[in-house]
Write a protein that binds this ligand. Structure first.
Ligand code: ZN
Length: 177
């Protein structure tokens, strides 16, 4: 009997650079996607630690293929540890700073923290410097202050494929037509 597609996706474990809150080892992430009668499509993200067996799961109702925009206001340094999955198709930006990562041809998805996103933004603008040097220095300085937890900002992830996610109750998800 042929398998029905989309009923269940065999999860793949992805190594992350997120530290286990219990023992400090690096966590692994699994994404399960499934269809549930009357609920529709849901995604379960499970972070596990191979060293101490720490486990944390988040459940999202997701509609893959729908364009989403996730917003997370970072106004406390503890939120810098929020886990983020950025899909290969996502734009990541901080409107207050004018800093952005665009999906490139070789772009791959990754799991990191908000702090990790700040570091990637920092590296990204080194590779694609602004024409205006003053502006470049201004954005670099803001990113460094943000990494230290000294200034609030908003993290925005704009994803046409709807697959990115931010593991925080404070994140809002907006569906774009
Ligand atoms: Zn652990």
């Amino acid at each position: 009997m042929p398998m029905r597609e989309n009923e269940y996706t065999v999860p793949e474990e992805i190594p992350t650079n997120v530290e286990c809150p219990a023992c400090g080892s690096l966590l692994f992430l699994m994404n399960y996607e499934m269809e549930i009668p009357h609920e529709g499509h849901i995604m379960i993200q499970t972070y596990t630690c191979h060293s101490c067996l720490y486990k944390k799961s988040n459940v999202f109702s997701s509609e893959p293929g729908r364009h989403i925009k996730i917003n997370l206001r970072i106004d406390s340094s503890s939120l810098l540890n929020t886990m983020v999955y950025r899909s290969p198709a996502a734009f990541v930006y901080i409107p207050e700073f004018g800093a952005e990562i665009s999906p490139g041809e070789k772009s791959s998805g990754y799991v990191t923290t908000v702090e990790g996103i700040l570091r990637r933004l920092d590296e990204y603008i080194d590779m694609m410097p602004y024409e205006d040097e003053e502006e470049f220095n201004r954005v670099k300085a803001l990113l460094h202050e943000a990494e230290e937890g000294n200034i609030p900002f908003t993290l925005v992830i704009d994803d046409e494929t709807g697959r990115s996610s931010v593991s925080s109750d404070r994140a809002t998800v907006e569906y774009i037509q």
